[in-house]
Design a protein around this ligand. Structure first.
Ligand SMILES: Cc1cc2nc3c(=O)[nH]c(=O)nc-3n(C[C@H](O)[C@H](O)[C@H](O)COP(=O)(O)OP(=O)(O)OC[C@H]3O[C@@H](n4cnc5c(N)ncnc54)[C@H](O)[C@@H]3O)c2cc1C
Ligand code: SF4
Length: 559
């Protein structure tokens, strides 16, 4: 039974100058820069950051090799301030893999923008924890465990704040003894920093038509394990990327493997979500990748200590939506600033947070509120973010159009042209074509794939791995994975596409179960690691990911 509106107590409201949604690199950079500007200008400025994870960093999953350009701009003396950034890249390798062999691409052939010297291998989650401490020290209020569930508008339709979700609503929609009403957090401007496929960003994009005239956003699913390897296998500073096996040439994606810290190795695999075969399992492709002769030795005698998954944006320059709407802006991967060939987005996330903060500060100082921060959009278009993305704008469309081998070669030539003729290149910008949910073939036209069984030491089954994400949700709450039309799910997702959700979900949330001769769509929502793939890849856009109770989800440590 749903809670009747008349029974619902009113929400308490708190007023701030700026409300930031999401404590990732983009949101924390915005909050820090706002406070820096206020201190320099001798003004009082209140800034709040909402984070759905149980703590800052709990939902951050990244590679990560970071380009320090963003951090240098935000906190130039980060070394002296004890940032957890300790392993410089010392060896940078790129391979094409075949089933048993490999071909190393000489570093000299790589466009300079692809080189990693000068970058650092980190846990982005730990960098965010540290940024959170820096922000708090500057007076930013950070509320972990509070998910922004709803956008608040004024009479003219401008955004004036967000509301956190009610806590203690049972599975049946009725309040339990844990019930407490959500809070309204109002601000002159709202900075939406939810990362790839943000749930509020999705609502705002539709409401304000932010994608009109833009190419569709493209996505990949990134899966990652964190390993503690045997000391003899550890090569601190080694960064290795691969393309090719186990994916076929028409399926985009590749791997990363980073050695850092105390015998730590981040190993991960990205599958582009415009894949066609509904029988493909990104999770199983990742497990298979680890068995390649080039890779498997790294893990002999080691142990996997973490697992997780997260979508990343791949559309680049031509997919950037309109960035400003009345009362707020999109920053970081919520806007899609990821550089795909470099597999890097954290630098642009920070740069965009800084640019949004500067525009918001100026507007507030001029007595403005709830209007469009067009100065932010202009700063992105004229600045380092657009320059970074312009040079690689044709890489993803070339991979989609020509396959991995030819697409990589052509995009290499294109990136060289953009390097040698800055700002011009070959002059064209390719389109992406269909959105990722529209790229699946029907099951009748696809080849089933059989994957090897997990061995339990190098490869693991999905649910065993999910335990290493420390995911936890309050069980007695409404499902946060909303299927709009269950009949359509059966007629199309199951009958036409053979249930790809049971394979693309990296946490085994979706199952088609047969009970008494009838099929049932089972949703094990408590396992969800908040990667957002279902919201992106469901062929009918029939699944909406909304925030669960704050604090639920993965509890990543060092990811
Ligand atoms: C597998 C993988 C490998 C990657 N490797 C690299 C790399 O090597 N180098 C690199 O630079 N980049 C890498 N990236 C990209 C990089 O992680 C992102 O570009 C960066 O994290 C984006 O920062 P962000 O702040 O925009 O979003 P995020 O880092 O996603 O942070 C968003 C935050 O907002 C919170 N949030 C979301 N919605 C809500 C809500 N409604 N209410 C409250 N809180 C909310 C989330 O819990 C999260 O903490 C990688 C990404 C993946 C997935
Ligand atoms: S249910 Fe959706 S968001 Fe959650 S882990 Fe599975 S695919 Fe990702």
């Amino acid at each position: 039974m749903a809670l009747a509106a008349t029974q619902t107590p009113p929400r308490e409201a708190m007023e701030f100058d700026v409300v930031v949604v999401g404590a990732g690199p983009a949101g924390l950079a915005a909050a820090i820069r706002l406070k820096q500007l206020a201190a320099a200008g001798g003004r009082e400025l209140s800034v709040v950051v909402l984070e759905k994870g149980s703590e800052v960093g709990a939902h951050i999953l990244s590679g990560a090799v970071i380009d320090p350009i963003g951090l240098n701009a935000l906190i130039p003396d980060w070394r002296g301030k004890g940032a957890p950034i300790e392993t410089p890249v010392s060896d940078d390798r790129f391979y094409f893999l075949g089933p048993a062999g490999r071909l190393r691409i000489p570093n000299l052939l790589m466009p300079p923008l692809m080189r990693n010297h000068g970058n650092y291998i980190v846990s982005l989650g730990n960098v965010c924890r540290w940024l959170g401490e820096e922000a708090t020290a500057l007076g930013v209020e950070i509320y972990p465990g509070f998910a922004a569930a709803e956008v608040l508008y004024d009479d003219r339709g401008a955004v004036i704040g967000v509301a956190t979700g009610d806590m203690g609503i049972g599975r049946d929609g009725a309040p339990t003894e844990r019930f407490s009403r959500g809070m309204e957090l109002k601000g002159k401007y709202i900075i939406v920093a939810e990362g790839a496929r943000g749930s509020l960003a999705k609502v705002l994009t539709a409401k304000f038509g932010l994608r009109e005239g833009r190419e569709p956003q493209k996505f990949g699913l990134g899966l990652k394990e964190l390993w503690e390897v045997a000391p003899r296998q550890h090569r601190p500073g080694l960064v290795q990327h691969t393309l090719g096996w186990p994916l076929d040439d028409r399926t985009g994606g590749g791997s990363f493997l980073y050695h850092y810290g105390a015998n730590l190795v981040s190993v991960g695999f990205v599958v582009h979500l415009n894949y066609a075969n509904p029988y493909l399992s990104p999770y199983q492709e990742f497990q298979r990748f680890k068995t390649h002769p080039l890779i498997c030795d790294t893990f002999a005698g080691g142990r996997r200590i973490g697992y997780g998954a997260r979508a990343l944006t791949e559309g680049g320059l031509q997919s950037i939506p309109r960035l400003a709407f009345p009362g707020g802006v999109l920053v970081g991967c919520a806007a899609g600033f990821m550089n795909v060939p470099r597999i890097k987005g954290s630098h642009n996330a920070m740069l965009s947070g800084i640019a949004a903060a500067e525009a918001a500060y100026e507007a507030i100082a001029a007595g403005r509120a709830h209007d469009r921060l067009e100065a932010y959009a202009a700063a992105v278009t004229a600045g380092a973010i657009a320059r970074d993305l312009r040079r690689v704008r044709n890489a993803k469309p070339m991979l989609s159009k020509f396959g991995t081998m030819l697409g990589t070669a052509l995009s290499g030539v294109d990136m060289w042209a953009n390097t040698l003729l800055p700002g011009i290149g070959f002059g064209y910008t390719l389109k992406h074509g269909k959105p990722d949910h529209a790229t699946l073939s029907s099951a009748s036209q696809a080849r089933p794939i059989s994957y090897p069984r997990a061995d339990g030491s190098l490869t693991f089954d999905r649910l065993t791995n999910v335990a290493f994400s420390a995911t936890n949700h309050e069980e007695d709450q409404p499902l946060h994975l909303k299927v709009r039309d269950l009949a359509l799910q059966k007629q199309s997702e199951h009958d036409v596409y053979a249930g790809p959700s049971s394979r693309y979900c990296p946490a085994g949330v979706y199952e088609w179960l047969e009970e008494g001769g009838k099929l049932r769509f089972q949703i094990n929502a408590q396992n969800c690691v908040h990667c957002k793939t279902c919201d992106i890849k469901d062929p009918n856009q029939n699944i909406d990911w909304v925030v669960p109770e704050g604090g639920g989800g993965p509890n990543y440590s060092g990811m």
